[in-house]
Write a protein that binds this ligand. Structure first.
Ligand code: GLC
Length: 627
C-alpha cells in the first residue's frame, strides 16, 4: 500500500480508537479472549481497508470532508424490493431516471443477500452474507449497481441482519453438528432450564406464527430464536460474533454499500430478568461497530432499526455518554404511529404531547422518517402518554386497530389485523399507505370527494416526514397511491404473513400515468414532487436544524418550528375534517410582519389568524424585508 494510505489508516485509527475502546469495554472487557479479539479486529480492519477500491477511497475522502452530507434537505430516500421494483439488480439501472425524477438521493434495497429456501421472513433469514439472492443477480451486479448509483449521487442502503442468521447459515449447520466454535456463535442451551428462566420475562414478537423464544434443535438442545424458529439469535457476548459481523459489514461496504440498516438491533444483548431489549450493551456494541466502519470505510453510515418505545428510541442515536456516537440514523417510529393516530382520531393532542416530550436527537444525526414500510404498524402508545392527555392507552390502541382494519363505524381504512391475539384483542395492522388512508374504499365507491380526501391524507403524511429533522423514506408505490395487493394469498411461503399485503409489485402502467394531472397517480406524484422540490431548496429542513413542537394549536392541528440561522420555518398540519384557525400569538413573528407559505407562494399578514385547511399543510417563513 502507498505510505500515504497507511498514514490515513493510522490517523483514522487514532481518531476512532477511544470510541472503539469505550464501546468494547462493557461487552468484552472482562472476556478471557477480549484482548486477543481486539488485536485480531484491528488486523481485520486493516485487511478490509487495503481491499477498498480507489473510487471508494475518494468517496471516503469526500464524505470525511463533509461528514454532515446526509443531513442535507435534498436527501430523499426510496425503499423497494429489487424484484418487485425492477426484477433484478441489473434491472434497477433501467429505472434511474424515474428515481431522479422523484428527487431520490438514497435507495434502500430491501433484503437481497442469500436467504434460506422457502419461508425466509421477507429475506431477513440470511444463510450467506457474502452472496446475493441468485434470483436478483450476483455480488458483481450489486457492486456495479452501487457504482451507477454513486455516479448519480444516490446512496445505497442495504440490510444487515445482526441479531440472527438463518438456521441454514454455515455456522448454524456446524453448530448442529457439534462444532464448539460454531455453537458458541449462538445461544444454545442443553435443556429448558435457562430458556424457562428467560421466558419468564420475555415478550413474543410473532405470537401467532412463532410463539415462544426458543426452538428445539438436534440433540434435544434449545436455540434462542426471538423471531421465527428458523432465525437463530447470535450470541454477541462472544467477541468472535463481533469480529465476523464487522468483517461482513466491511466486505459489503467494499462493494459500495454506504448505508447499513442494522436490523432488529434492540434484541442483540440478553440479560436474565429483563425483556432482553434495549440493554445498555447494545449501544456499546453499536458505538464500537461504528468506530470500526469510520476507520476502514468512513463513507459508511448506520441506520438503526429499533422499533421501540419513545423513551428508548433516541438512545440509538446516542444520548449521555454515547451522545452522537451510536447510529447516524434511526427510524422515527413514534412519528409514524402518531401520524396514523391523529389521522384516525382527527385529534392531535396525543401526537403533540408525545413528540414534544421526545428527547432531542444529537445534531450530527438524522431520523429516518417514514409513514409506511414493509412491516406492520404496532400501536406503540404508552399508558402514561395516553393518560397525560386524558385518554386510556388500551382503549386508544383498540380504537386504532378497529379503525385501520375498517371495523370502526365510518372508517375510511382498509387494513388487516396482524398478530391478532383473540384473548386480549391486541393486534397490529398491515396495509399500504393508500389503502389505510382511504383510497381503496374511495375508488371502490367511485366517490370523487372521498378520493380527493384520501389523496390529501397521503400528501399530508408525506409533508410531515419531509418537514421533520431527518431523511424521509418514501416506500415504493406510495408515490402513485398503490393499493393493497392480495396476491400473496396464492403463494404458499407468504400466505400466512399478511405483511405481504403492502409489498406489491411496482405497477409501471399506473406509474406511466404520473404525468396526467387528472389521474390519481398524477395528483399524488405531482403533489409529492412539489413537496420534495420545496424541501430541497429550504435550508431550514436540513436534519441538523433543531425542531421544536408548538403547543396549544388546537385539537386538530399539529405544528413545529425548525430553527435555522437563516430564519425559522413553521410547519402546520391539519388533521381534522374541518379547517382550523391558529392564533398567530403562538408562533414566531416575522420582522416584516408578513408570512410566506413556501408550498404555494401565498403571503399573509402575520397578525391575522392562520387558517389550516382540513388535511392541509403550510410551510411558513418570514417574508424578507418590509415589502
Ligand atoms: C425487522 C424487519 C422485519 C423482520 C425482523 C426480523 O424488524 O423489519 O421485517 O421480521 O426484523 O429480522
Amino acid at each position: 500500500m502507498p505510505v500515504r494510505d497507511i498514514d490515513i489508516f493510522i490517523a483514522r485509527l487514532d481518531r476512532w480508537w477511544p470510541d472503539l475502546l469505550d464501546g468494547w469495554a462493557a461487552p468484552y472487557g472482562g472476556h478471557p479472549d477480549g484482548d486477543s479479539a481486539l488485536d485480531r479486529l484491528v488486523e481485520r480492519l486493516a485487511d478490509r481497508y487495503r481491499e477498498r477500491t480507489e473510487p471508494l477511497k475518494r468517496h471516503d475522502l469526500a464524505r470525511t470532508l463533509k461528514p454532515d452530507w446526509f443531513t442535507d434537505p435534498s436527501m430523499i430516500g426510496y425503499v423497494f424490493y429489487v424484484d418487485r421494483f425492477a426484477g433484478t439488480l441489473a434491472g434497477v439501472a433501467d429505472h434511474l431516471d424515474y428515481l431522479a425524477e422523484l428527487g431520490v438521493r438514497y435507495v434502500h434495497l430491501m433484503p437481497l443477500l442469500q436467504a434460506r429456501e422457502g419461508e425466509d421472513d421477507g429475506g431477513y433469514a440470511v444463510m450467506d452474507y457474502r452472496a446475493v439472492d441468485p434470483a436478483l443477480g450476483t455480488i458483481a451486479d450489486l457492486e456495479q449497481l452501487c457504482g451507477h448509483l454513486r455516479d448519480r449521487g444516490i446512496s445505497v442502503c442495504v440490510d444487515l441482519v445482526l441479531n440472527h442468521t438463518a438456521a441454514e447459515h454455515a455456522w448454524a449447520r456446524r453448530a448442529r453438528a457439534g462444532d464448539p466454535w460454531a455453537e458458541a456463535m449462538y445461544r444454545i442451551y442443553p435443556d429448558r432450564t435457562m430458556p424457562d428462566r428467560f421466558e419468564a420475562t420475555l415478550p413474543e414478537v410473532f405470537p401467532t406464527f412463532a410463539p415462544g423464544n426458543f426452538t428445539r434443535i438436534k440433540g434435544g438442545r434449545w436455540a434462542w430464536t426471538t423471531f421465527h424458529s428458523y432465525q437463530w439469535d447470535l450470541d454477541w457476548s462472544n467477541p468472535e460474533v463481533f469480529l465476523e459481523m464487522t468483517d461482513v459489514l466491511l466486505s459489503l461496504a467494499n462493494l459500495g454499500v454506504d448505508v447499513f440498516r442494522l436490523d432488529a438491533v434492540a434484541f442483540m444483548w440478553k440479560r436474565l430478568g429483563t425483556n432482553c431489549q434495549n440493554q445498555p450493551e447494545v449501544h456499546d456494541l453499536l458505538q464500537a461497530l461504528r468506530a470500526c466502519a469510520r476507520i476502514a470505510a468512513p463513507a459508511v453510515i448506520f441506520k438503526a432499526e429499533a422499533i421501540v418505545g419513545p423513551d428508548q428510541l433516541a438512545h440509538y442515536l446516542g444520548l449521555g455518554r454515547h451522545h452522537g456516537r451510536v447510529a447516524d440514523m434511526a427510524y422515527q417510529n413514534s412519528l409514524m404511529v402518531q401520524f396514523w393516530s391523529s389521522l384516525a382520531a382527527g385529534d392531535t393532542r396525543l401526537m403533540t404531547h408525545v413528540l414534544r416530550e421526545f428527547p432531542h436527537k444529537p445534531v450530527n444525526t438524522a431520523w429516518a422518517t417514514y409513514i409506511r414500510c414493509h412491516d406492520d404498524i404496532g400501536w406503540a402508545v404508552t399508558e402514561s402518554d395516553a393518560a397525560a392527555v386524558g385518554w386510556d392507552g388500551p382503549a386508544h390502541r383498540a380504537f386504532l386497530s378497529a379503525f385501520y382494519t375498517g371495523a370502526f363505524p365510518g372508517s375510511f381504512a382498509r387494513g388487516e389485523g396482524f398478530q391478532v391475539n383473540p384473548e386480549t384483542g391486541d393486534q397490529r395492522v398491515s396495509g399500504t399507505f393508500a389503502s389505510l388512508a382511504g383510497l381503496e374504499a374511495a375508488i371502490e365507491a367511485a366517490d370523487p370527494e372521498a378520493i380527493t380526501k384520501a389523496i390529501e391524507r397521503i400528501l399530508l403524511g408525506h409533508a410531515l416526514i419531509l418537514g421533520w429533522d431527518g431523511i424521509p423514506l418514501l416506500y415504493m408505490g406510495d408515490e402513485i397511491g398503490m393499493l393493497n395487493d392480495r396476491s400473496y394469498l396464492d403463494m404458499p411461503d407468504q400466505a400466512a404473513d399478511n405483511r405481504w399485503l403492502h409489498r406489491p409489485r411496482m405497477d409501471w402502467v399506473a406509474a406511466g400515468r404520473r404525468h396526467q394531472p387528472a389521474t390519481v397517480e398524477g395528483r399524488i406524484f405531482a403533489g409529492l414532487r412539489a413537496l420534495i422540490e420545496t424541501r430541497r431548496r429550504t435550508p431550514q429542513l436540513s436534519a441538523a436544524a433543531p425542531l421544536r413542537i408548538v403547543d396549544g394549536l388546537g385539537q386538530s392541528v399539529f405544528g413545529f418550528v425548525r430553527e435555522h440561522p437563516l430564519g425559522w420555518l413553521i410547519a402546520l398540519h391539519g388533521f381534522g375534517d374541518r379547517d382550523a384557525m391558529v392564533d398567530p400569538a403562538l408562533l414566531p413573528k416575522p420582522a416584516s410582519g408578513i408570512l410566506v407559505d413556501l408550498l404555494d407562494g401565498s403571503r399573509r399578514l402575520a397578525t391575522r389568524p392562520i387558517v389550516v385547511p382540513a388535511r392541509g399543510v403550510l410551510w411558513l417563513v418570514a417574508a424578507a424585508g418590509l415589502e
